[in-house]
Design a protein around this ligand. Structure first.
Ligand code: MGD
Ligand code: MGD
Ligand code: MO
Length: 766
């Protein structure tokens, strides 16, 4: 047996020699989408299992797609085909398995030298595995043994706040509710989640501006909008079913404006894979206008647009709405009046004339939806980005009106639901009071640690046990080397997971992998089939029922695993919850507003929409009861001479850290992921050509808290150059290979979201 040496912290870094580059696609969807989805599905599941599984997704009595959080259309009888949904399902429903023999044959060090792609390809975990202190290999452990081990480590802490309980966004409402209850009964609010790295900035910004952190539109609003802005979002890849809604809107004549440094294929044209006619034509034109903003130029652009609307299209402003429903309009006008055009142009990268034309179009809208995602939420000034979006919506009174509103497009399929269930390090007092009354205990009141605070606590020894409900913490978080040290310093790292990933390989002194059921699988407890529920991006809660035979007899549901932990750690018997999820829903109904009659509604209708004060009653739950215009300066230029601003994005063949394949078809890249998209003038200046190999380096403070810490050089090696249509001074590369470059010290003010979309870098020839 090979012990493979100490685990490697970074994924393999050799250049992709097989890489090919062709021009980016002119449209998304089409026959290729079907072909690629079927190839991957059949490769993972075989033909019969592919057919039955893909037909069951997102049906009222089937399972919820484990991909993105975009809602299902209610009126369509046919389920929407989605290439990347099919890949997400194939990834989970694969017939490949990795059991104890797999781990006996490969040391942790050896596995750590494999890529995320290779790890994803191996198959489903089948058995609880344990890494003993100083062991080179994972070995099997019983479920009871695993729960006792967690209990021993947690009891060994001097305070419950020395433990971190992370959550990714796939966990069902039922499991999430029980999990946060377990964690709070244990005594801490240390419940960081993937949302901290995702839409946290949206929640913080909207809460302040409009009194609610959730989006204000429903899917049917897309049928009534006359203008849709898509800002910092790549729906063709990350929310493919959104293209159906955009296509229908475009066909009605709705104006669609894309704001993005990249001109993404899905926002150019779309060929609906379910529309035979559509398959063979050029496809529907989606965005009527593309604004190729510079990375982090959104505040400047949005301010420019609003300046034009106020100064030149005053008649389009909804003055009555502003007078009756908002505060801060005068200050906002004064702030915009003070902005000079040279500053707006330099920061946004868009000239005044273009901004004037776009603003004139936007001003005419009587029902506008603004959609956004990671392109605006992962910057130092992310909260300002989003508040400029809400300012723009407020100017036209686009709230509480059909076809209008704010639409933060969520990522993971239940990330919004997990928050609703209390997965939050900063729970509200009302939530804790309700929990305390329902379960007669005193939940901790001090705020807990968010994702980057948790990393720093582990790094500095203030936290020593890390437990994750799903996700891939090491790869998803910033500053990979720093985070690796943080995990390394724990006494125990434990992961409840479906698939093997790098977080299982850079571990604390001891480590556990606890394999769980996925959404596609039948969840039978004591012979009774259970359903779970999830909440989509638009606040619709619906049921999900898996049908596939579980990947192994030894898998447990997330609910059952939390039950096992609660028993071992707290001595509480939650057997009744684990054997009947209705009993959990009854408790949720009494704690979480909007869930009254939960079981009755979910069993009768399979879905219901949660109330929303702004959408339903035009009620802004801010301290003044009015929506707030928020002023923010145009951010200072981040890059100096010779530097570039890097945005870290997703390819078409990945789901976050899970890599389905090595192609990014829409951007014309095939056969590799270590690529950097650069402007041709920036290439020329550096005497670089297509396919040349470069290192990307960044610096930044050593830690979030120490001002004086040395600035470590962060390096990502061996990236091939891809000439691309991207604004000068900007470049893009894929996450998670580039996370090593994102300094732990750079994050959004107010939300602590890592600034992974604006990393200051230099390009070096190796
Ligand atoms: N297939 C698939 N689906 C997914 C995921 C996946 O990885 N794969 N991930 C899920 C998750 S968790 C999430 S959060 C979402 C993510 O969905 P997206 O937010 O669409 O994902 P990103 O690739 O991060 O892309 C952000 C977009 O923002 C643009 N952008 C980058 N920097 C800037 C900027 O400074 N300003 C502006 N205006 N735009 C910018 C990029 O060019 C890109 O088009 O998707 C979810 N769905
Ligand atoms: N540089 C950079 N970093 C980023 C981002 C970026 O744009 N740029 N995006 C950020 C965003 S938006 C997000 S949301 C995070 C994502 O961060 P995470 O949610 O932590 O990462 P994922 O890659 O989605 O997690 C994948 C793992 O989840 C496990 N899993 C899958 N399904 C299930 C299930 O049903 N149950 C359980 N228990 N486990 C399951 C599998 O083991 C799989 O390996 O990454 C963030 N990191
Ligand atoms: Mo996300």
């Amino acid at each position: 047996m090979n012990d493979g040496g100490t685990p490697q912290r970074l994924p393999p870094e050799h250049p992709d020699d097989a890489l090919t580059i062709s021009p980016p696609a002119e449209s998304a969807g089409g026959l290729d989408a079907v072909k690629v989805a079927l190839t991957i599905a059949v490769g993972q599941m075989g033909i019969a299992r592919s057919a039955s599984t893909l037909l069951d997704v997102n049906k009222a009595d089937g399972f919820d797609c484990p991909g993105c959080a975009w809602p299902e259309p209610t009126r369509r009888s046919m389920v929407e085909f989605c290439e990347n949904g099919a890949k997400a399902i194939a990834e989970e429903a694969t017939s490949r398995r990795i059991g104890p023999e797999f781990f006996a044959a490969r040391s942790i060090g050896e596995l750590s030298r494999e890529s995320d792609y290779w790890l994803s390809q191996q198959g489903r975990l089948t058995t609880p595995m344990h890494r003993a202190k100083d062991a080179t290999h994972y070995t099997p452990i019983s479920w009871d043994g695993a729960f006792q081990l967690v209990a021993r480590h947690l009891r060994g802490l001097s305070s419950p706040n020395e433990a971190i309980f992370y959550t990714s966004g796939r966990t069902s409402n039922e499991a999430a509710f029980l999990y946060q209850l377990f964690v709070r009964m244990f005594g801490t609010n240390n419940l960081p989640d993937c949302s901290n790295m995702c839409h946290e900035s949206s929640g913080v910004a909207m809460k302040e501006s409009i009194g609610s952190g959730k989006g204000t539109v429903l899917l049917e609003d897309f049928d009534h909008a006359d203008c849709i802005l898509v800002i910092g979002q790549n729906p063709g890849t990350n929310h493919p079913r959104m293209l159906s809604a955009l296509q229908a809107a475009a066909r009605r004549g709705c104006r669609i404006i894309s704001i993005n440094p990249l001109h993404e294929a899905g926002l150019r044209r779309f060929k609906h894979p379910q529309d035979i006619v559509g398959l063979f034509g050029r496809g529907t034109k989606i965005a009527s206008r593309h604004l190729g903003v510079r990375i982090n130029g959104d505040v400047a652009l949005l301010k420019g647009i609003q300046k034009v609307i106020i100064e030149s299209h005053g008649e389009c402003i909804d003055r009555r709405f502003i007078a009756e429903r908002t505060d801060g309009f005068e200050a906002h006008c004064a702030d915009l009046a003070g902005e000079r055009w040279d500053r707006i142009e330099a920061s946004s990268g868009i000239d005044e004339a273009t901004i004037r034309t776009a603003a004139a179009e936007i001003a005419q809208s009587k029902a506008m939806i603004c959609c956004w995602a990671m392109g605006v939420t992962q910057h130092r000034n992310a909260v300002a980005n989003i508040q400029q979006i809400t300012n723009l919506l407020l100017l036209g009174g686009h709230f509480g009106r059909r076809g209008a509103g704010a639409c933060p497009v969520r990522g993971h399929s239940n990330v919004q639901g997990d928050r609703t269930m209390g997965i939050w390090e900063r729970p509200s007092r009302e939530f804790l009071d309700a929990l305390a009354a329902e379960f007669t205990f005193s939940p901790p009141r001090d705020h807990g640690l968010s994702t980057i605070e948790a990393i720093e606590a582990m790094y500095s020894g203030h936290a020593r046990v890390f437990l994750a409900m799903g996700g891939n913490f090491l790869s998803a978080t910033p500053d990979t080397n720093y985070t690796a040290t943080a995990l390394d310093r724990c006494t125990l790292t434990a992961h409840i997971s479906t698939k093997l990933n790098r977080s299982h390989l850079v571990t604390g002194e001891e480590a556990l992998i606890l394999p769980c059921l996925g959404r596609t699988e039948r969840d039978s407890q004591h012979g009774i089939e259970q359903i779970v529920t999830v909440e989509n991006s638009m606040g619709v809660v619906h049921a999900s029922r898996g049908r596939l035979e579980p990947g192994s007899a030894d898998l447990r549901s997330e609910v059952a695993i939390v039950g096992g932990l609660a028993k071992a750690v707290l001595g509480i018997d939650w057997g009744h919850f684990a054997s009947n999820y209705d009993l959990i829903r009854d408790r949720i109904a009494r704690v979480v507003p909007g869930f009254e009659g939960f079981n009755a509604r979910i069993h009768r209708d399979a879905a219901f929409t949660l109330p929303h004060p702004v959408r339903d009653h035009l009620k802004f739950e801010t301290s003044s009861g009015r929506a707030q215009f928020m002023t923010h300066p145009i951010p200072d230029e981040l890059v100096g001479a010779g530097e570039l601003l890097l945005t870290t994005i997703r390819s078409h063949d990945q789901f976050n850290t899970t890599i389905y394949g090595l192609d990014d078809r829409y951007r014309g890249v095939r056969g590799g992921r270590r690529v950097i998209f650069m402007n041709v003038d920036d290439l020329r200046e550096r005497s670089l050509a297509a396919r040349d190999v470069v290192d990307i380096v960044s610096s930044g403070k050593a830690s979030r808290t120490t001002e004086a810490g040395a600035s470590p050089l962060r390096r990502a090696r061996n990236f091939r150059v891809v000439p691309y249509e991207i604004p000068r001074g900007c470049c893009a590369a894929y996450f998670p290979e580039t996370n090593v470059l994102v300094p732990i010290s750079e994050f959004a003010a107010g939300s602590l979201t890592p600034a992974s979309k604006s990393v200051v870098v230099r390009i070096e020839k190796p």
